[in-house]
Design a protein around this ligand. Sequence first.
Ligand code: CO8
Length: 255
Amino acid sequence: MEYTILRPAFDGPIVTLTISRPQALNALNSVFFNEMDDFITEISGKPELRALIITGEGKAFVAGADIAEMVNMSPDEGRIFSGRGQAVFNRLGELPFPVIAAVNGFALGGGMELAMACDFRIASSNAKFGQPEVNLGLIPGYAGTQRLPRLTNLADALYLLTTAEIIDAATALQMRLVQKVTEPENLLVEARRLAGSIAQKGPLAVRLVKEVTRRGLGMSHVAGEELERTHFGDPFGNEGAEGMKAFLEKRKPNW
Ligand code: CO8
């Protein structure tokens, strides 16, 4: 498929997606959301894929939603733009393999929300994070108010959301907003190493563990245990049998 803003690079089981609109610091506009929606549909039909890495071109990961596109919106148009972005970002959580944000620079507003919609985040030591919407008289619209307190805690979330403070990668790591910080030149190397490691695991198990963990977060503990128990049985007799047999036979599994 042809894209104007997205640059996908397929490498066996791993696809790296670079958001490439560096003249606007990769700000998210309607074209981006249309292309991202199409891209997610495209990769959903590729059973060989085991991980997606998302990064940005230039000095930004993504510097937010496109302010120039939003400036004249009516309240209802704002709601529609928000809903469209929420729906597309939610599809990342539904992909049957992990999505890793490789945050190479500014991840502000909608950019931080995109990073948070991924399954986990690694950041370059020069990355910057923030939810500066209140500077513009706005609130986040791509689920930042919902994901940030779930990933960090209520106080850290409200600190960032109300002060609009831009934090560095070390602080983001301290808040557990990112899982790992690397030197800038190692960011994609490390993202690919992690993706490659995931690609070695049982594909059904990785898909199930993502689905059960994500869905369980919205459930009661008891309902979540039931969901886990149900899917625990799924790999028996196939992928799980091969994985356990391989362990006992001291060889690599043949998935
Ligand atoms: N939207 C549109 N254009 C942008 C954006 C953006 N978010 N960010 C940067 N740009 C453009 C600049 O306008 C500039 O364009 P030009 O060269 O034509 O003047 C170009 O990118 C380069 O930017 P700067 O010259 O400003 O670069 P600096 O290195 O000086 O500064 C900053 C970098 C600090 C990142 C600065 O660009 C900045 O503050 N950007 C805006 C950050 C921001 O406020 N982001 C939040 C946006 S609101 C949002 O994301 C809400 C999400 C939910 C929406 C829900 C739908 C309704």
